[in-house]
Design a protein around this ligand. Structure first.
Ligand code: SAH
Length: 474
């Protein structure tokens, strides 16, 4: 971020506009609307000024602005094509301690004019840092359609009751919870629908109720699947819950780019598990969830993929239920499904497989304990989670139990992430090829003739997510 977005309090602040054309008129209008005292310096004023000329805070001077016209802390908008005039006006303004904006010349500006969505008191300003004002205006137009005009009314309603709530409910956490409840609920609906009197009456009652109840807020646990890595695969519901959390418990498979979607103020607790090295035992994680929720917090338990697929989500909610803690479960895109789409390997296909089985290759005490008879079936795809570490034993077991040595098999490493890698081979060769490629995991093994489709389909698979640094570039 090169420029710091701020909102300047206008309240009678002197504003000098140099120029009499359309852009000058727009600047003058915006400044007047925000409460500035505007003086326009131009030999003549264009039609666009017609509506402004009678405004009480508007003055026109038909001469060139000079040093004494600018005051320290005033804002100077220079909107003219005359280079000589720009240079003179800018020098005079800066010498007097004014902040200068020159239209269409970001390099000469002390501040930039954003595109504005005005839902006063709610105001959204969009800037492209001078890179592309047109893009800024396009985005503004999108936001205009997205944010109902009534949001301004809603903001006004909130601001009118803030003092009253603060007096009635001393706890800041409680107050935040209060506004979240209000802004997502029927009171906000009433305000948005234009029924302001009803909204006010209900808001007043709600404040009294919260003040009377005064009890500690009840905590809750959100068990949320964050998907396999690409932040675009986070569901809207997951995102909403991530934005509500007071504290988040996450593990090794949740990458930084997913964590940027979590509410910034939320406390972060790492409960990472390495394979075979359970840093925080499952019972302790479950106990921690209970304790945090009992403290009244909204606890986000963020899981890779889907919480109920090899995620031990079931165990966690058993403990929560036993302690009477309310919880919600939000599904996520599981790794095998993400890997399938991003590697171009369909898990089922009319000509290849009518079934797909998800299994874990991470058996108890190092044994791979699977129902091989059920797994090795014609027209069936097998997706193996946690299979990389014992890949040699895993593929050998497939063969020993009757799968053909040349059965197509693939491994998708870091599926959906920027560093996704895919190795396609056969059951006989997969382990050696995966080792040669130096795959580190997490990875999904896919066994079945569907793997052969990859050659045909790879081109249509979505590109793995770009790393954050790439997307941040212009
Ligand atoms: N609940 C998760 C699975 C957790 S078990 C889900 O639904 O996806 C951990 C295993 O998931 C890893 O060993 C690996 O097999 C798989 N996995 C998770 N993220 C992955 C990714 N981005 N690419 C490939 N495999 C992944």
């Amino acid at each position: 971020m090169r420029d710091l977005p701020i909102f300047v309090v206008m309240r009678d602040r002197p504003v000098i506009v140099v120029g009499g054309g359309l852009v000058a008129a727009r600047r003058a209008e915006a400044a007047l609307r925000a409460g500035g005292r505007v003086t326009v310096f131009a030999p003549a004023l264009g039609d666009e000024f017609r509506a402004l000329r009678d405004a009480p805070n508007f003055v026109w001077a038909a001469r060139e602005a000079a040093g004494a016209d600018f005051a320290p802390g005033s804002l100077a908008f220079i909107a003219t094509d005359d280079d000589g005039l720009i240079t003179r006006a800018r020098a005079a303004a800066k010498a007097a301690g004014a902040l200068v904006n020159v239209a269409d010349r970001p390099a000469l500006c002390d501040f930039l004019m954003p595109s504005i969505v005005d839902r006063s008191p709610l105001v959204i300003a969009v800037s492209t840092g001078g890179a592309s004002p047109i893009l800024g205006r396009m985005l503004k137009a999108r936001l205009e359609t997205l944010i109902p005009a009534a949001y301004g009314r809603l903001a006004g309603l909130v601001s009118g009751f803030r003092g009253r709530l603060a007096a009635a409910v001393p706890s800041q956490t409680q107050r935040r919870r209060f506004w979240e409840t209000v802004l997502e609920g029927p009171i906000a609906e009433a305000a948005l629908a234009g029924d302001e009197e009803a909204a006010k009456a209900r808001l007043a009652r709600a404040i009294d109720r919260w003040a009377a109840d005064g009890a500690a807020p009840t905590g809750e646990v959100f068990l949320v699947g964050a998907g396999p890595g690409d932040p675009d695969l986070v569901t809207f519901r997951a995102f909403r819950l991530m934005q509500k959390a007071d504290v988040v418990l996450f593990d090794r498979l949740i990458d930084d780019r997913i964590m940027t979607l979590v509410r910034r103020e939320a406390e972060r607790i790492y409960v990472g598990k390495e394979p075979d090295n359970h840093e925080v035992p499952q019972e302790e994680i479950s106990a921690l969830l209970v304790r945090l929720a009992q403290e009244g917090k909204r606890v986000l338990r963020l899981k890779a993929g889907d919480p109920f697929l090899f995620g031990r989500g079931g165990e966690e909610i058993e403990t929560l239920a036993a302690h009477g803690i309310p919880f919600q479960v939000c599904p996520g895109v599981t790794a095998a499904v993400g890997a399938s789409a991003y590697a171009g390997i369909p898990l089922t296909h009319r000509d290849h497989a009518q079934a797909c089985v998800f299994v874990t290759g991470h058996g108890k005490e190092g044994r791979i304990d699977l129902d091989w008879k059920a797994l090795i079936q014609p027209r069936q795809t097998v997706a193996v989670y946690m299979g990389l570490r014992r890949l040699e034993a895993l593929t050998a077991a497939f063969i020993v139990h009757g799968a053909p040595r040349d059965m197509p098999a693939a491994i998708v490493d870091n599926a959906t992430r920027a560093n996704q890698r895919v190795v396609v081979a056969t059951l006989a060769t997969l382990a050696a090829e995966a080792r040669a490629a130096g795959l580190k995991g997490p990875s999904i093994v896919i066994v079945g003739t569907v793997v052969a489709l990859r050659d045909k389909l790879e081109w249509f698979a979505p590109a793995p997510a770009e790393p954050a640094s790439r997307t941040a570039e212009p």
